[in-house]
Design a protein around this ligand. Structure first.
Ligand code: BGC
Length: 740
């Protein structure tokens, strides 16, 4: 009885039960006993299907033949049951009939797309984030996919890096929670369930810290910083039972991640006890040659397998060289066996040996092609991801009976732009995606008029459409300007040195502003952009990211007040590119500025205020929230006591609404310097107008721990500032003394 209960509990967490695992181990052992070395190495090999590509393509004469010869363990980018069936048919003709694994970048939804992950993070709502991954898995698995290359959990402190759109932003604590929620969502009730896909934590490690925000670039940082700021989200996913990891393109302190034994074998598979497998990033085994770390593909294969990379995505180094390396005695066959065992175990856990066609079911695929319930959810999470940055004149929410509304800008009638980067293209995308124009039109009163002008293109110098847009603006009572960057301007290999609105969009905004009409500015982007002129001159601004299939409806829900925006920024927004990197949890330095304009021999720029354009954790609402009665259970604490911090939050405005109450802590003196504040907790509240609630946080010494220079993880006695507030820049503070 006890045993059964244990199994059920563990399965609920997304793990496989102990007894089931045992029999899988036996089955793997038996199968491996039958495999030749060549067949084993085949399992470590992954190719791209030739329909689409997410990296530089290598053509093979006869991929299907290689599958039949047992030389391939997995295929990526093979979408749809028809296609995956064709491939699986080939695998079933191989000697041992080992099923193929189908991997795909299911990053923010599949048929139904959701806000880009950075946008979703702005909800600060782990239930919503988990549900979005759950739906993505349900749809993707119905299209034959076993494995998503997500979540991307790289901490991103540099908005020039286009891949910040895929992650949860700059904060380690928030990022770890989001990482866990995504793994739980993708893997659902555990591998083996028909709607669960394997999650893949990427990119291991510290891919987001590349020099200058340039993609694929080098990372050089102390191990203390790595452990404290960058590694926790990856580790959190191991704790959540993630099935796989992907390594990263960058080198870390001089060693490419793919060939980095400390990162993959010692830390991930050693100290963290990760039992799944590690796939390389696209071609990253071979890329150790240009890195200057391997002399040729054979040397790269040697270094990658020793370091703990189990599967070679696309570089063909393993399939072409591992056998020789084993025969020459340079690679211990035990390393190959360990990698094969890890991969086969996952194929068993997914149930593919019982039925290789388990995820190939046309009926299911059809059912998930247009799931209205999923779309309804996309609309909800889309609206909740929007961050209201300015509403100085209370122009928002708009009245549905406004006589003439104009929507102007290159995103007004855009379709796929709403998808954002990393969404799978379907032929009917243009029909399925709700444009901003259509979403707004659907809610506007039937006696009102919605005018439209494109105004300009997303990214060129053409101003010929300005005059028409100005004329349209003049006719309107209110103008909605929808500007930003194109959906393919944030994402992989999409670093930008200039992160203003692309092309002539800012010039268009200036022209429209001259009409004097009230303007609501919507900003569509995959990263924090710099929009200093707009910030100074336009009183109403909402950040809408890329919201997915239901973008137009989500935006209209917020514009007309059906949803009161409650999103909070997951990244600091810089004033200019020159202020990057900028993040809230920085160190104080020996010469901190006293205030925003202090330039007197302090750590600051002589030509720029010190604070960012918009701080981490910031976001407005149509209502207002008042914080009062900040109380601590004690200001003198000892040892393992718990400190309770509480605060009363009152909805003091005119609308019901949501607020994210944030807890930050500062350790005033440490044996290594400590950040000026660190997020340690938050709670999302829904308050009816006039309603108050008291929020309380329990703080224990666990929340005070940090890594010292020898990588000991502990806390120290001393003084701590406890801060609670509405953003990282707007908090109330009380000090405590905590003895050991
Ligand atoms: C990206 C990965 C992605 C892989 C497969 C690489 O270029 O860095 O994030 O999963 O391609 O598409």
């Amino acid at each position: 009885m006890k045993k059964i209960i244990l199994s059920i509990c563990i399965a609920g967490l997304g793990f496989i039960s102990v007894s089931a695992q045992k029999s899988i181990d036996q089955k793997v052992t038996e199968l491996m006993a039958k495999m030749t070395l060549e067949e084993k190495i085949g399992q470590l090999n992954q190719y791209n299907d030739d329909i689409t590509a997410t990296g530089p393509v290598t053509k093979d004469a006869d991929k299907a033949g290689q599958v039949r010869a047992g030389k391939l363990g997995s295929i990526l980018n093979a979408v749809g049951v028809k296609n995956t069936k064709n491939w699986q048919d080939q695998a079933m003709q191989s000697r041992l009939k080992i099923p193929l694994l189908f991997g795909q970048d299911v990053i923010h939804g599949f048929r139904t797309t959701f806000p880009i992950p950075l946008g979703e993070t702005a909800t600060w709502d782990m239930n919503l984030i988990e549900k979005s991954a759950r739906i993505a898995a349900t749809e993707a698995s119905a299209y034959g996919i076993h494995w998503t290359f997500a979540p991307m959990v790289d901490i991103g402190r540099d908005p020039r890096w286009g891949r910040v759109m895929e992650g949860a932003g700059e904060d380690t604590y928030l990022g770890s929670l989001v990482a866990k929620a995504r793994v739980k969502g993708f893997q659902g009730n555990g591998l083996g369930n028909i709607d669960a896909v394997m999650a893949c934590t990427k990119h291991f490690a510290a891919y987001g810290a590349g020099v200058g925000g340039r993609d694929y670039n080098s990372v050089d940082m102390s191990l203390r910083q790595l452990n404290e700021t960058y590694l926790p989200p990856y580790k959190a996913t191991v704790e959540a039972g993630v099935a796989t990891f992907m390594n990263s393109f960058n080198d870390i302190n001089g060693i490419p991640a793919t060939g980095n034994k400390y990162i993959q074998r010692d830390l991930l598979k050693g100290a963290w006890n990760f039992k799944g497998f590690v796939v390389s990033d696209w071609g990253s085994v071979g890329e150790m040659i240009p890195h200057g770390f391997a002399k040729d593909n054979k040397d790269a294969a040697l270094k990658a397998i020793i370091a703990g990379s189990d599967m070679d995505m696309e570089s063909r180094s393993y399939i072409n060289h591992l056998e020789d390396l084993v025969k020459e005695g340079k690679v211990d066959v035990k390393l190959i066996d360990d990698a094969v065992r890890r991969i086969l175990t996952k194929k068993y856990e997914l149930g593919l040996f019982d039925n290789p066609y388990k995820f190939i079911d046309e009926k299911r695929e059809k059912e998930q092609t247009n799931n209205l319930e999923h779309r309804r959810f996309a609309r909800e999470i889309g609206a909740k991801s929007i961050v209201l940055l300015k509403n100085q004149t209370q122009l928002l929410p708009l009245s549905k009976t406004t006589k003439k509304v104009a929507i102007i800008g290159p995103f007004a009638k855009a379709t796929v732009d709403n998808h954002g980067f990393w969404s799978i293209a379907f032929p009917d995308d243009n029909q399925r995606i709700i444009t901003q124009f259509d979403g707004i039109k659907a809610q506007l009163d039937k006696n009102s008029e919605l005018l439209f002008a494109q105004g300009c293109n997303v990214n060129d110098k053409d101003t010929s459409l300005f005059a028409e847009a100005v004329e349209i603006a003049k006719k309107a009572d209110v103008v909605i300007m929808t500007l930003g960057e194109g959906h393919a301007m944030s994402g992989e290999a999409k670093s930008r040195s200039n992160i203003h609105f692309s092309g002539v969009q800012e010039d268009l905004l200036k022209e429209i502003a001259k009409t004097g009409k009230p303007i609501v500015l919507l900003i569509n982007a995959g990263r924090p952009l710099v929009f200093d002129w707009a910030s100074e001159n336009i009183p109403t601004i909402a950040y809408t990211w890329w919201l997915g299939t239901e973008a137009g409806n989500s935006i209209a829900d917020v514009l007309f007040g059906k949803v009161n925006p409650g999103g909070k920024l997951p990244m600091t927004f810089p004033r200019t590119e020159g202020q990057i990197p900028i993040y809230y949890n920085h160190y104080n330095t020996g010469r901190p500025a006293k205030n925003n304009t202090d330039r007197n021999y302090v750590s600051a720029y002589i030509d720029l205020d010190n604070d960012p354009a918009y701080p981490f954790g910031f976001g407005l609402s149509y209502t207002s929230f008042k914080y009062s009665d900040f109380n601590l259970s004690s200001t003198e604490l000892q040892g393992n006591q718990t400190l309770n911090a509480s605060i009363k939050v009152t909805n003091s405005g005119n609308y019901d609404g949501e607020e994210v109450v944030q807890l930050y802590i500062r350790d005033l003196v440490g044996k290594v310097v400590r950040p000026v504040k660190e997020l340690k907790g938050f709670q999302k509240l829904y308050l009816k107008k006039g309603e108050s609630k008291t929020v309380s946080f329990n703080i224990s010494p666990e929340d005070l721990k940090f890594y010292d220079e020898d990588l000991n993880y502990d806390w120290e006695a001393g003084e701590f500032d406890i801060m609670i507030g509405t953003s990282s820049a707007d908090v109330q503070t009380k000090r405590v003394n905590w003895e050991k």
